[in-house]
Write a protein that binds this ligand. Sequence first.
Ligand SMILES: [Zn+2]
Ligand SMILES: [Zn+2]
Length: 134
Amino acid sequence: MYTASCLCNGIQLKISQNISKILVCHCKQCQKAQGAAFVAIAPIEIKNLDIIQGKELLSEYYATENKKRVFCSQCASPIYSARLDLPDVIRLRVGIINEDINAKIYSHAFTQYKACWFDLPDDGALIFDEKVVV
Ligand SMILES: [Zn+2]
Ligand SMILES: [Zn+2]
């Protein structure tokens, strides 16, 4: 079990599943959304996610029709993204998890769009020019 919270602590989540894979995305949308070189996410089944506090603070933004990016309306922390065609899973932003997680980076996606100032680590993870093929 893990807990997660946003920067202002208004949103508190409970995650009742193991996290074994961290997926990193280097696409331009993720760079913009994080204000950083990449996003790091973990897929979580929606049934294993409890919003303990702050449901009313969750705001959504659709950069593309099929995917909402959910963030805290008070402190702007990115919380998760979700695809409308995959309603059973969300992609939690792993940086908001409070505990240490026993997982490594599984893959780097959309590396052809990666920030020029960021060198890919030699971490043994899979590298995909485009989207991750799991
Ligand atoms: Zn917040
Ligand atoms: Zn991306």
